[in-house]
Design a protein around this ligand. Structure first.
Ligand SMILES: [Zn+2]
Length: 98
């Protein structure tokens, strides 16, 4: 389930992220569609979403920079946390585990 996003055509809750940006795939309608807004329709309680296991961090796909969401004085800020590309493409970081 994609963050409580339903199919906007038939209401099916069992949708998957589509290969198209901003779309979901509905297994009942067999279509790529925009879907409903899901939990992103309204204000997201940041700490509440953490409890539910949702990660609101970002990855800058151009640089590979992992941006970790922090709450500073009640405001959301993204702090650089590291680079995800070496962990994915470079086997060297695995050496740190042993
Ligand atoms: Zn549908």
């Amino acid at each position: 389930m994609a963050y409580e996003v339903f199919c906007d055509i038939c209401g099916n809750p069992y949708v998957e992220w589509s290969e198209y940006q901003g779309m979901v795939w509905c297994w009942r309608s067999l279509k790529d569609t925009r879907g409903t807004g899901g939990v992103f329709d309204g204000p997201i309680p940041v700490n509440g979403s953490k409890i539910m296991g949702m990660c609101l961090d970002r990855i800058d796909l151009k640089t590979g920079q992992w941006l970790s969401l922090k709450i500073v004085d009640g405001k959301m800020e993204y702090e650089p946390f590291g680079n995800v590309f070496p962990a994915i493409f470079d086997p060297k970081p695995l050496d740190y585990i042993t």
